[in-house]
Design a protein around this ligand. Structure first.
Ligand code: PEP
Ligand code: MG
Length: 314
């Protein structure tokens, strides 16, 4: 099976009944974009740009960032790059960006909240991304957004830069990682071009379990029906407005979750590079009807354990 998945890695992931799901790769290092393509990725679905920053001893300047992003975009050769703007704080410290001591850093100054306190850093990053892209496909998304006001504040900075740079193929989206955003997805969907669901953080904030907790991590399951309902709300809201939805958290490469996500209507899965051929192969085994049955069975449960058992029994 693995050999077959590898042999077919460059073919698109069509279900048995011809429904296409895009499969992209998650990246922390722009030098790995070529490797992603080599594994059959149809683009980069999540570039964690904080790793680009971490690879430098101090904040990379505009030219350095342009070089970094250009490296990924060129290797992608026309495939889209979804870049997440700097996501610092919580589990993602940046040595040269000291943060205030907080009792609950996961509930504190992090992600877009933090970025908006230093708009000049966000502005430089956006300028670098747009300049590097030129007329090639670039999708930019903001991390840890809690509502439309944060999105609008970030978008205002984007618009200022884009008015000067004028990249021609850009979409703007938000990550759905905080339950408030899933609950308010209908309002957000009016103004974004796409959503990308970060199931790692979405699960953490829905179940109130630290994603890195040694003893509790087994209970931190993205197939929890509460998380699945939030995913369902997000997809339904997006599709009602003609917007697309990706999943870029770990759940996207969970063998039991793939049919559920397909059944919920997710348009794109972004997974670690090495998982790309397997995820495509898994999608090809399914039909949309079958996947919808998986989604329905999962949504009817009331615990993550029950979801996994019900899926196993199908
Ligand atoms: C997520 O939260 O699911 C996600 C994709 O972002 P990260 O894992 O980098 O927080
Ligand atoms: Mg996250």
């Amino acid at each position: 099976r693995e050999r077959e998945a590898h042999a077919q890695r460059f073919e698109s992931a069509l279900t048995r009944d011809g429904h296409r799901v895009e499969v992209a790769a998650n990246l922390g290092n722009t030098a790995h974009a070529g490797d992603a393509v080599e594994h059959g990725a149809e683009g980069v679905g999540l570039l964690r740009t904080e790793f680009v920053f971490m690879a430098h001893a101090e904040a990379p300047d505009l030219e350095t960032q342009i070089g970094e992003y250009r490296q990924a975009i060129e290797a992608l050769d026309g495939r889209p790059l979804v870049a997440r703007t700097l996501d610092v704080g919580g589990d993602k410290p940046l040595p040269y960006w000291p943060l205030p001591q907080e009792d609950n850093p996961f509930l504190g100054l992090r992600g877009i909240r933090l970025a908006l306190t230093r708009p000049e850093i966000l502005e430089t990053q956006l300028r670098a991304l747009l300049t590097a892209a030129g007329d090639r496909p670039l999708r930019i998304m903001f991390p840890m957004v809690k509502d439309i006001a944060e999105f609008r504040a970030a978008r205002a900075i984007f618009e200022r830069v884009q008015a000067e740079v004028g990249a021609s193929d850009v979409q703007l989206g938000v990550m759905i990682e905080i339950p408030s955003c899933a609950l308010l997805a209908p309002s957000l969907a009016e103004e974004v071009d796409f959503f990308s669901i970060g199931t790692n953080d979405l699960t953490q904030y829905t179940l109130a379990i630290d994603r890195g907790h040694a003893e509790l991590s087994a209970q931190s399951d993205g197939l929890h029906p509460a998380v699945l309902r939030l995913i369902q709300m997000t997809v339904d809201a997006a599709h009602a407005k003609g917007k697309w939805v990706g999943v870029c958290g770990e759940l996207g490469s969970d063998a039991q979750a793939i049919p559920v996500l397909l059944g919920l209507g997710v348009d794109e899965l972004s997974v670690s590079i090495r998982q790309v051929p397997m995820v495509k192969a898994r999608l090809r085994e399914l039909s949309l009807d079958e996947a919808r049955r998986h989604a329905e069975a999962a949504l009817a449960q009331s615990t993550a354990e029950a979801v996994r058992e019900a899926l196993e029994a199908l």
